[in-house]
Design a protein around this ligand. Structure first.
Ligand code: DAH
Length: 340
């Protein structure tokens, strides 16, 4: 029996040395350890016929051999595996020292950033966002806002009319009306959106641009609330050191109306080319809601007051980032966009 075992060991070592693949290894396992015809298995079955005195020792030798087969197979399996990896990587010539490929990451368009910055500032003081259609009726775009029939803004030459009574909204102010029709005060909303005017494109004009409208309506709102809100907003958007001034102006939907200026962000108010030596830059139009507007939406102007304002997003972006031509925002030239 021990002789047969010695012979088996030899042939196993020889067979193992030949094995080149995982498949050959499992054939090998079958040949020696297979449940039915495995050569070692057969030897083990013969153990019964070994003399009782020797059985223990022979049994141990058989078991040791079995364990050796297992470890030898495992080692061979690992050897075959790493060999095949080595061959594979020799086939694919790969220079691991080469730098990787960088993918360009996109980022927000400057106009999107400015719009979101403005939204964040107003969210932080309790405003929410309202929305309205870009195709408007003359009623919402003009009439309800107390813009008279003969006002130049209504001119065919300034407005894209789709029909007698439909147009592309020329400002976001009609959202004021739509919101007040739907909701009762107290109200604090902003409305960002696209607006359209028949302007010839140049450095400061575009026939399509964006505005943010703001509206607050409540009992006891005064011109001081209006001024405080504008100052808070403009300092938060531009910088804490920004100074704000209010000039009388005219809009049909506000009374009194104001044009709001900030100290020039380029020269801090000393006077430069951008602010035309005045030290001030006009940034928005605003005012106290005209009672005539409240009348159109059925809000009692004896009880409620309000203020409204209109911001040009492109204008804010140009001032904040020092962009001297509005057209840059629409041309999608990466050399421009990558700077933000
Ligand atoms: N709608 C005006 C425009 O497009 C901007 C504006 C001015 C909006 C005064 C307002 C306001 O809400 O009170 O020129």
């Amino acid at each position: 029996m021990l002789e047969k075992l010695a012979a088996l060991k030899q042939s196993f070592d020889a067979d193992l040395a030949e094995a080149r693949s995982g498949q050959q290894l499992s054939l090998l396992r079958d040949r020696y350890l297979g449940r039915k015809g495995g050569r070692l298995t057969l030897l083990m079955k013969g153990l019964k016929s070994v003399a009782v005195a020797d059985r223990k020792e022979v049994g141990r030798s058989l078991n040791q051999f079995k364990a050796r087969i297992e470890t030898a197979m495992e080692t061979a399996r690992q050897r075959i595996e790493s060999e095949s990896i080595r061959q594979e990587s020799a086939r694919v010539t790969l220079d691991l020292t080469l730098p990787g490929k960088r993918r360009a990451l996109g980022h927000l368009h400057p106009l999107t950033r400015v719009r979101r910055d403005i939204e964040e500032i107003f969210y932080s003081i309790g405003y929410s966002v309202a929305d309205g259609p870009e195709i408007e009726t003359t009623y919402y775009n003009f009439e309800a806002l107390n813009i008279p029939q003969d006002h130049p803004a209504r001119d065919q030459g300034d407005t894209f009319y789709l029909s007698e009574s439909l147009l592309l909204r020329t400002h976001t102010s009609p959202v004021q009306i739509r919101t007040m029709e739907r909701m009762r005060p107290p109200l604090r909303i902003i409305c960002p959106g696209t607006v359209y005017r028949r302007d010839t494109p140049d450095a400061t004009h575009s026939p399509v641009f964006q505005q943010v409208e703001g509206l607050a309506v409540d009992e006891h709102l005064t011109f001081r609330d209006f001024k405080g809100t504008m100052e808070y907003f403009l300092k938060a958007f531009y910088s804490e050191g920004t100074r704000v001034r209010f000039r009388p102006s005219y809009f049909g939907f506000t009374e009194p109306s104001a044009e709001v200026d900030i100290s020039c962000t380029f020269c801090s108010g000393d006077g430069c080319r951008v602010c035309k030596r005045t030290g001030w830059i006009e940034v928005l139009g605003a005012g106290m809601v005209d009672p005539e507007v409240f009348r159109h939406v059925g809000i009692d102007s004896e009880r409620y007051t309000g203020f409204a304002f209109g911001v040009g997003i492109e204008r804010f972006a140009m001032i904040k980032y020092g962009v001297d031509n509005i057209q840059h925002f629409y041309q999608n030239d990466l050399r421009f966009l990558r700077q933000f």
